[in-house]
Design a protein around this ligand. Structure first.
Ligand code: DSN
Length: 439
């Protein structure tokens, strides 16, 4: 980065500081990952200079010979990896990909169903704060007290509301998705079943989670979570989808361009192609299975230490710790102080609110990229449990207005805590043994 360093030291220094933060800390946000050096190289290329509205060999601007090759490779790799006949690799990210699905198959005012946000669902699946609920009639389904999807409720709601589209997929669901059962419900009411596999795409390719390819009509995903790619999105249409509507691929293409987006981000497309190439290697399968093994090992150790996990464990890459009413923020901030990064998150039937949720969400994709295994998971789980123990006296205040006072006290406590300083040093030592990029 010699030019950047000379020309804009403020930005250069902030990037270097972020490199150091990621290198010296444990990134446990389950939707984050360390993209490979080849992916990062593809992102920083002259492809960012180009406009390519349209699709390969059908563009609106000249000079597309190289971009057409790149996008075609990305499409073909996506089709092969997921076993589908159609792929669009142009969505800027997951939310635009999901919006394109609505535009392709629904009319404004149509009814759609999705997993309730506090139950782990995604904003774009119809949550009230998302624009999707402004344009569509959205019905939320839930998980049962054991943390599994409530299939009985889903079936009842589907029969009652006859949705045009049913989403399956989430941002905070620790169990395997029952794609086959949901496809039966969707077929019964004539709805499109759309699987949003953003969180689990890499696990599906690795064979560590069932694939929705035989059961859903459409699949959407981001490319920067367990797929280990650049920030980006994809929309896939399955054979089942084309059987329901042979025009579905064309409708998706039109929804992305010209209806919702302009020129594709060609540097991102190239990096997606590289990602998909990497995901075809046998080592990717091994990695995907290790992510799940690591999550299970961490979950077991956390529970052994007395922490409460939503659904008492995990089938995938992520876990949700129930910290007690409104206490997610305390654990997030205390762990930040020891170099462990995760995010506060709602838990099913959260007694608090999305801004002051009662849980934290954590996962193993990033640290598995670094080569960490079950032994390290146990160590990390014990640090988390130690930190939780240390902050046990801090409760969310009865009156929300008092939060500012409590959090101020809490931050002073964190700042002065000797145990946290010790754990932070130990975290750094562990990270040094598992370098991220400087191998
Ligand atoms: N922000 C993503 C996540 O963290 O799961 C979802 O869009």
């Amino acid at each position: 980065m010699k030019n950047l360093k000379k020309q804009d030291p403020k930005i250069y220094n902030a990037i270097k500081a972020e490199e150091k933060r990621q290198e010296e800390g444990l990134e446990l946000i389950p939707s984050e990952i360390a993209a490979s050096p080849a992916v990062i190289e593809a992102l920083g290329t002259v492809l960012t200079n180009k406009y390519s509205e349209g699709y390969p060999y059908k563009r609106y601007y000249g000079g597309q010979a190289n971009v057409d090759i790149i996008e075609t490779i990305a499409i073909e790799r996506a089709k092969k990896l997921f076993g589908v006949p159609f792929a669009n690799v142009q969505p800027y990210s997951g939310s635009p990909a999901n919006l394109a699905v609505y535009v392709a198959v629904c009319q404004p005012g149509d009814t759609v169903m999705g997993q309730n946000l506090p139950d782990g669902g995604h904003l774009t699946h119809g949550w009230k704060a998302s624009a999707t609920s402004m344009f569509y009639n959205t019905i939320a389904y839930h998980v049962k007290p054991d943390g599994y999807l409530d299939l009985e409720e889903i079936e009842k709601l589907a029969i009652k509301h006859k949705p045009k589209l049913i989403w399956v997929g989430a941002t905070a669901y620790v169990r395997e998705f029952p794609f086959e059962k949901l496809s039966k419900i969707a077929d019964k009411v004539g709805a499109y079943l759309v699987a949003d596999i953003a969180h689990i795409a890499g696990l599906i390719i690795a064979g560590a989670h069932k694939s929705p390819a035989k059961f859903a009509h459409i699949i959407t995903t981001t490319t920067h979570k367990t797929l280990r790619g650049p920030r980006g999105g994809m929309i896939l249409v399955t054979a089942k989808g084309l059987k329901k509507d042979p025009e579905l691929g064309n409708k998706i293409n039109q929804a992305i361009f010209p209806r919702l987006q302009g020129g594709p981000h060609d540097h991102q497309t190239a990096a997606i192609a590289v990602t998909l190439g990497e995901a075809m290697k046998p080592s990717f399968k091994k990695w995907g299975h290790q992510v799940v093994k690591n999550a299970k090992a961490m979950a077991n150790e956390l529970m052994k230490r007395g922490l409460k996990l939503v659904s008492n464990g995990t089938d995938n890459h992520l876990m949700l710790i129930n910290c007690g009413k409104g206490r997610g923020v305390f654990l997030q901030e205390a762990l930040d102080a020891v170099g462990i990064t995760l995010n506060k998150n709602t838990i099913p039937s959260d007694p608090s609110s999305p801004f002051y949720p009662s849980g934290v969400r954590l996962g193993t994709p990033f640290i598995t990229v670094r080569g960490m295994k079950e032994k390290e998971m146990k160590k990390i789980a014990n640090w988390i449990a130690d930190v939780m123990e240390e902050i046990k006296d801090f409760q969310f205040p009865e009156k929300k207005e008092d939060f500012k006072i409590v959090i101020k006290k809490f931050r002073v406590f964190i700042e002065k805590n000797k145990k946290f300083k010790k754990i932070h040093q130990e975290v750094k030592v562990l990270c040094k043994k598992f370098p991220l990029y400087n191998k």
